[in-house]
Design a protein around this ligand. Structure first.
Ligand code: NAD
Ligand code: TYD
Length: 335
């Protein structure tokens, strides 16, 4: 029986990962450490699952996290915990440094002390910066982050690598492109567009709406993470991508078409400061070394995602009735 310590497992990708691991019913115990920020939802993990333990703990809290390590014999650490939204990082950068940098440093120190066998840092393509209309990011592209979010994630990646070089700690880094799918908090573009379309409410599109992201369905990301945990080489970084580059306007048109929504809902608004123009991933390393390829194209992925939001109104209605309203007002009212 292996023990995985998963951080941030009540958020979007972390909870998809945990459900995947527990569904497979392999010999794995999952310890989930989550601070329960606005982005977390305890209902993301079903009640009563076996081989699962939860700690409400901040990864930056040394005393709290030490207790988790003392009480469990941890084999692998998978660090999803982060402040993850670029727009919020522009409003309040400090918490991004606290969680994404200090929190990762704390987790690394304790993982080293407890001799974990693998430490996987869940990073992002955003650490590479912004592309023009051609080229792709590879693992050797220099880091050039441009938002407080991506800068904090790049700092964390550098700390992770420093533990490899200095202490020979068995670390790995995965860098994935934009995820979408079930359980994504509605501040991000795709769930925001779905939910606004369902309410016949304006869909805010930043700038000229032609920024490009490489979209990946979350199940494909989770599959890539499992491969890296199984087959990755310590000290290495692996890009993961969805092979689905689209302009934001195309994604929104696609969602509106699927919901029979009116395209007049699209509202061009003031651009995000420092808005990265284009991300595109060269993920040939994980493809050739581990046989990774994304299984969900954008059509299937959006179909499944839209259907999930249609069937799970209770999940997102609860979010819309809470603090999210204040955030939405602050972010969009005068834009
Ligand atoms: P999310 O915002 O949905 O979830 C983050 C989770 O981390 C939440 O449950 C939150 O409560 C928890 N958390 C935040 N601060 C914490 C702290 N100090 N201690 C413990 N828990 C804390 O994020 P997500 O979209 O699921 O992203 C997960 C990871 O994947 C992040 O590291 C992010 O940088 C990375 N990533 C995300 C994407 C994407 O498109 N969403 C793409 C590539 C990489
Ligand atoms: P987002 O989902 O916030 O992810 P990221 O900024 O990490 O790529 O945004 C995806 C793209 O959509 C990005 O180019 C910004 C744009 N966007 C909008 O045009 N309107 C919105 O309301 C949001 C949230 C994002």
């Amino acid at each position: 029986m292996k023990t995985y310590l998963v951080t941030g497992g009540l958020g979007f990708i972390g909870s998809n990962f945990i459900r995947h691991i527990l569904d497979k019913r392999e010999e794995i115990t999952v310890i989930n450490v989550d601070k329960i920020t606005y982005a977390a939802n305890p209902g993301n993990i079903p009640n009563g699952v076996k081989n699962y333990r939860f700690y409400k703990t901040d990864i930056a809290d040394n005393v709290g996290l030490s207790k988790v390590f003392d009480e469990n014999d941890v084999d692998y650490v998978i660090n999803f915990a982060a402040e993850s939204h670029v727009d919020r990082s522009i409003m309040t950068p400090g918490i991004f440094i606290k969680t994404n940098v200090d929190g990762t440093a704390n987790l690394l120190e304790l993982s080293l002390k407890h001799n974990v066998k693998r430490f996987l840092q869940i990073s992002t393509d955003e650490v590479y910066g912004s592309l023009g209309s051609t080229g792709k990011f590879s693992e050797t592209t220099p880091l050039a982050p441009r938002s407080p979010y991506s800068a904090s994630k790049a700092a964390a990646d550098m700390l992770v690598m420093s533990f490899f070089h200095t202490y020979d700690m068995p670390v790995l880094i995965s860098r994935c492109s934009n995820n979408y799918g079930p359980y994504q908090f509605p501040e991000k573009l795709i769930p925001l567009a779905i939910i606004n379309a369902l309410h016949e409410k304006d869909i805010p599109l930043y700038g000229d709406g032609r920024n490009v992201r490489d979209w990946i369905y979350v199940a494909d990301h989770v599959a890539g993470i499992s491969l890296i945990l199984e087959k990755g080489k310590p000290g290495e970084t692996y890009n993961i991508g969805g092979d689905s580059e689209l302009e934001n306007i195309d994604i929104i048109n696609h969602i509106l078409d699927r919901l029979n929504g009116s395209h007049s809902l699209i509202k061009y608004v003031k651009d995000r400061p420092g808005h990265d123009r284009r991300y595109a991933m060269d993920f040939s390393k994980i493809a050739s070394k581990m046989g990774f390829s994304p299984k969900y194209g954008i059509d299937k992925g959006i179909e499944y995602t839209v259907n999930w939001y249609l069937k799970n109104e209770n999940w997102w209605k609860e979010i819309l009735s809470g603090d999210y309203r204040e955030y939405y007002k602050k972010m969009y009212e005068y834009r």
